[in-house]
Design a protein around this ligand. Sequence first.
Ligand code: NAD
Ligand code: LMR
Length: 333
Amino acid sequence: MVEEDLGLERVNCRAKGASSGFKVAILGAAGGIGQPLAMLMKMNPLVSLLHLYDVVNAHGVTADISHMDTSAVVRGFLGQQQLEDALIGMDLVIIPAGVPRKPGMTRDDLFNINAGIVRTLCEAIAKCCPKAIVNIISNPVNSTVPIAAEVFKKAGVFDPKRVLGVTMLDVVRANTFVAEIMGLDPREVDVPVVGGHAGVTILPLLSQVKPSCSFTQKEIDYLTDRIQNGGTEVVEAKAGAGSATLSMAYAAVKFADACLRALRGDAAVVHCAYVASEVTELPFFASKVRLGRNGVEEIYPLGPLNEYERAGLEKAKKELAGSIQKGVSFVKK
Ligand code: NAD
Ligand code: LMR
C-alpha cells in the first residue's frame, strides 16, 4: 500500500503548515554526529520540520528516525541534486558534514577535504535560505567559520549575527572536568571557554567559573590541558574509528536548542560561540554571546583575565590568526 492510499498527504500538510515550530536542516545527518543529532532534534518540541541531508544513507536514517512518536515531521534528502530542496525555508541549518580526525592528526589536517564541503554547502544556503541561522560543527572550525562568512559575503548575504561556530563541546567538557575535581554537579557549573576550537586556541577562563571556585596551580594546569586536548583524548580512545560523536551531538543540540529558544523570543540566552567579533583584533573569536531573534544580538567582552589567562590568550590569538587567514584565502583564491 502506498502513502497516498492511506491519506498520508495529511502528514505532508502538517509539514507544510508547520507554523508552530521551527524548520531545521542537518547537513551530514547520516554521520557519527549527524545520526544522534538528528534523533535528539526529533525529540525537541520546538522543531516542527526536520530535514536530514547527506551524500549517503539519508533515507535510511530518515526512515528510522521518522518512526519516533514526537511531533517533528522528518524528510530525507540524498545527494547534491537534493541539497537545495533540503534547504528551502529553513530557520536553522546545522552542519556536521565532513571527515573526522584519526590519531596523530590535527584538526587543520582536515582542512583540505572539509573546506570544500563547507564551501559547497554554504553556497547552497546563501541561495536557498540566506536568513537561516547557521551552526557550523565541521572542523577545523577556526577556518570553516571564516570560509562560510566569505561564501556569504561573495553571495551578498553575509549577516555576522547568523553564522556561528559551535564550541559548545569545549564548554560541556570544561563543566564536566571542573565538576569532577571540585565534587560539584556538572549541571551547576559554568566555565566560559573563549578563543577558538583547536589546541591552544581553546582557552578556558577558570578565574570566571561559576560557582566561584579557587584552584591550585596544579589543578589549573591539569584542567587547561585536559580541556584543550579533550578532542584528542576521544580520538585516541576511539583508535581510528573517528572522533567525538555522542558528546558532540549532545553539545550541538544544547546549542541548537538555545538558538531556537532565542528565535522564539526567550530572553537571556547566553552561550559561548565562535563568531565574527570585535572582542579582540581578530575578525573571529569565541566568547560569550547573547542570542536573540536575529542570532547573535550581543557579544560580551572577555572580562578580567589573570596573568595565566592573558598568556594563554596571546598564544591562542597567534594560532587563530593563521587559521582565519587560511579560511579566508581559500574562498578568495
Ligand atoms: P562522520 O564521518 O561520521 O560523518 C560525516 C558525515 O558527513 C558522513 O555521513 C558523510 O557522508 C557526510 N558528508 C561528507 N561529505 C558531505 C557533503 N558534501 N554533504 C553532506 N554530507 C557530507 O564524521 P563525524 O564524526 O560526524 O564528524 C563530522 C565533522 O564534525 C568532522 O569534521 C569533525 O572533525 C567535526 N567535529 C566537530 C566538533 C566540534 O566541537 N565542533 C566535535 C566533533 C567533531
Ligand atoms: C572535538 O573537540 O572532539 C572535535 O573537534 C573533534 C576532534 O577532532 O577532536
